[in-house]
Design a protein around this ligand. Structure first.
Ligand code: HEC
Length: 124
């Protein structure tokens, strides 16, 4: 093999490493894992409480903060685009409730569709 071919190989390897590095940094940005968010927002009933308009301001703020981290996580399973759409819908709906927007509670209840998301993105 000629020397220039080695060089191209080296450049490609460096490029691949930096892409992997960026991805890792991206994931590290999420302050809460999907499992943590599920336990604290979904299983706990906090999300439902907020959607029903029964949560305090502090509880709503806590939910918004945690659900905003959901789209920053990588989908544990399934299509990445579907994951971004679903998680952004949940995060945006929670934010809208936090801002006191009309109909936001109903939108949050709809976006936080447990079964629809689990079917596609929850590893069995
Ligand atoms: C936008 C997608 C999405 C929605 C909506 C969603 N989940 Fe999940 N949930 C997940 C994913 C993905 C996992 C798997 C996480 C993993 O294994 O890393 C999960 C896992 C769980 C777990 C298991 C956590 C663990 O520690 O293994 C529970 C409990 C759970 N979800 C409850 C709920 C409930 C209740 C709702 C509805 C009120 C809900 N989830 C709505 C995506 C979602």
């Amino acid at each position: 093999m000629k020397r220039w071919q080695w060089m191209i190989g080296g450049v490609a390897a460096i490029a691949m490493c930096s892409v992997a590095g960026l991805r890792a940094a991206d994931e590290a940005k999420a302050k809460h894992s999907v499992k943590e968010i599920m336990a604290k927002c979904m299983k706990s009933g906090l999300c439902k409480k907020v959607a029903d308009g029964k949560a305090s301001k502090a509880e709503t703020q806590a939910l918004v903060a945690m659900l905003s981290e959901l789209p920053k996580n990588k989908a544990p399973k399934g299509d990445a685009d579907s994951w971004s759409t679903k998680t952004a819908a949940v995060a945006d709906a929670a934010k809208a409730v936090g801002e006191g927007k009309d109909g936001a509670g109903a939108a949050l209840a709809k976006a936080a569709n447990c079964a629809a998301c689990h079917k596609e993105h929850k590893p069995s």
